[in-house]
Structure formats: C-alpha cells, structure tokens
Ligand binder design. Structure first.
Ligand code: NDP
Length: 331
C-alpha cells in the first residue's frame, strides 16, 4: 500500500477550510489512490469548531483518509507534512489600514515559516491562499530559507479557472475545451487575465479564443474586469467570500503541480520571479507554468503586446510596493 501523504491545512475551521478538507480526503488533490493524513491548524478561538470538523471527517468515513490531526499548536501541525496549504490569515476588517492587515499577516507567516522550516518533511510543497497571498508567500520564503524557493507558491488558479469559466460561458463551449488563459501578477484586482494565447478545442481543431469570441472590446474590457471583480461579486451575492471555488482550485493547483499539467496546456501559479518577461526578480508573481515530475517551470517565449505589457507591469509594481510595505512591518 502507498504511504499516506501528510497535508497541512491552516485556518482549517474557516469556510475555505471546511470546503477543502473533504475534497482532500476524497482524493481530489492527490488522486483517487493516494491515502492522506490531514493536519488541521487553527487558532485557539476556533479550537472547538476545528474539533467539530474533525468529528465530521471521521463521520464521513473517507476510505483514503488515514488520520486527522486537529491542533492549535503550530509545531504539531507542521511536523512531517509533505504539502502545506496556508488558508489561515487575518481578515481585513472594516476600517483597518492596509498596513495593519499586512503587519498581522507578516507575523503569522513569519512564525509559520519557521515551524515549516524546522518540522516539515523534506521537499514539502507550500501553497499560500490567505490574502495578501503573493506577499504572504514571499514572507514565508524569506523566513524558511532552507525550503527551496521553488517549493513556495501562491494561489491564482481560482482566477485562472474564473477566466476559463467566462470564456466557456461566452462561447457556450464546455469549460474543459478552453485552455491556456493566463493570470499575470498579483491575486488582487490589478491581476491581468490574458487570453491572447488561449484556445478552444472545436470540431475543426484548436482555435484562438480571440478568433472565436470575435469581440476585442468585450475581451479587453468586460472580460478582464469580470475576472478581476469576481471575488467581490460573490461576496455581494453570498454575503460570504468564495469558498468552494477557492477550495477546488487549491486542489487543482496542488494536483497539477504534483502530478503534472496535461500535454499542451499550462496553468497559472504564483511563483518566485526569476525575471522572466521582464518582471522584477524577488517578488511572488503569477505566471503561466507547466509542471512535470513535481516541478513547475515558467512557460517561455510568449509574445507580449503593448496592451499586455502595461497591465503586467502595473500588477508587478503593486507587488513591489506590497513587498516594501511587508518589510516595513518586520521592524
Ligand atoms: P476564509 O476561509 O473565507 O478565507 C481564508 C483566507 O483565504 C482569507 O485570507 C481570504 O482572504 C483568503 N482568500 C484567498 N483567495 C480567496 C478567494 N478567492 N476567495 C475567498 N477567500 C480567499 O476565511 P475564514 O475567516 O472563514 O477562515 C479563516 C480561518 O483562519 C479561521 O478559522 C481563523 O480562525 C483562522 N485564522 C488563523 C490565523 C493564524 O493562523 N494565526 C489568524 C487568523 C485567523 P480575504 O480575507 O481577503 O477574503
């Protein structure tokens, strides 16, 4: 029998956590044959709710689930984990300054980085979901210097999937026939959803999205703002932020990273920039990537037009600013 993979979920008593843990236990993250051990962390105020989630996981009798650790102790939570999904974070409350939220999250991510560095399994792969996701991932990288930077990523797959969904709806084409959209940059409203390289598989072969939609006005305006503002639209409708789609895309992110992207397709991941496409090195930026043998690599050589360039740089600038704000919180 295969050894169980230990998967950490922080903020596990929250609403994304509640949607995510059953997906992991069902094999949606690591495949239908891979046993898992769930490590769930939350803060003491959420300990009772966390224990309730543990009870439900037991009650669901998931065949792949080999055990559950539910704890408020960060060291216990991080010990031996192979995958870490960081959902816990300090929410932005009304009237709070950006700097105050940043400062809270910097201290959370600094502490959790140290625990992962000391106690996670070698080769542990980290996915940061909690906002500001890119900058939280950067802080985690800074304070876990022995974890290779290649192993620390943030979630923009939800934005990527939202872009696929919008194109699919527009063309009345199945979402699985649409591929190779790109989310560039920050998981924030400055992100740039790019369809210039996206295609749809039709009866007559693969066709560019631009050709099929045949409406540049819609693609350059409404499409982009709809994807950028989708999170806010869901909050407005549900009175709660997106949870099932965030959880599902977190599973997609890890699954493709570990098991590989399909031939001819790429996905978007927030990764440590190496300067590709003229994006400053040293920030966590969302790029198109392919994955193989458990490693991502940035898709190279895509042609970038002037319209895209401006948007890619604007979201990079926001991340450079966030980085300096985060560093100013460290002192
Ligand atoms: P959610 O489960 O809804 O969200 C968790 C985090 O994911 C938030 O930072 C949220 O950002 C972020 N996020 C990123 N992308 C998305 C997306 N596309 N849609 C929605 N959210 C997204 O929050 P809850 O408040 O329900 O749960 C958070 C849990 O974390 C709680 O159980 C709490 O106890 C715990 N927590 C842990 C801390 C710690 O580890 N020290 C500190 C504080 C809380 P955004 O806020 O911008 O929506």
């Amino acid at each position: 029998a295969m050894d169980a993979v230990r998967v950490l979920v922080t903020g596990a008593a929250g609403q994304i956590g509640y949607a995510l843990v059953p997906m992991i236990a069902r094999g949606m993250m690591l495949g239908p044959d891979q046993p898992v051990m769930l490590h769930m962390l939350d803060i003491p105020a959420a300990a009772e709710a966390l224990n309730g989630v543990k009870m439900e996981l037991i009650d669901a009798a998931f065949p792949l689930l080999k055990g559950v650790v539910a704890t408020t102790d960060v060291v216990e939570a991080c010990t031996g984990v192979n995958i870490a999904v960081m959902v816990g974070g300090f929410p932005r409350k009304e009237g709070m300054e950006r700097k105050d939220v940043m400062s809270k999250n910097v201290s959370i991510y600094k502490a959790q980085a140290s625990a992962l560095e000391l106690h996670a399994a070698p080769g542990c792969k980290v996915l940061v979901v909690a906002n500001p996701a890119n900058t939280n991932a950067l802080i985690l990288k800074e304070f876990a210097p022995s974890i290779p930077e290649k192993n620390i990523t943030c979630l923009t797959r939800l934005d990527h999937n939202r872009a696929l969904g919008q194109i699919s709806e527009k063309l009345n084409a199945h979402v699985s026939s649409v591929k190779n959209v790109i989310i560039w940059g920050n998981h924030s409203s400055t992100q740039y959803p790019d369809v210039n390289h996206a295609t749809v598989t039709t009866r007559n072969g693969e066709k560019p999205v631009r050709e099929l939609v045949a409406n540049d006005e819609w693609l350059n305006k409404q499409f982009i703002t709809t994807v950028q503002q989708r999170g806010a639209a869901i909050i407005k409708a549900r009175k709660l932020s997106s949870a099932l789609s965030a959880a599902s895309s977190g599973c997609d992110h890890i699954r493709d990273w570990v098991l590989g992207t399909p031939k001819g397709a790429w996905v978007s991941m927030g990764v440590y920039s190496d300067g590709s496409y003229g994006i400053p090195a040293g920030i966590v930026y969302s790029f198109p990537v392919t994955c193989k043998n458990g490693e991502w690599s940035i898709v190279q050589g895509l042609k970038i037009d002037e319209f895209s360039r401006v948007k890619m740089d604007a979201t990079a600038n926001e991340l450079v600013e966030e980085k300096s704000l985060a560093y100013s919180c460290l002192n």
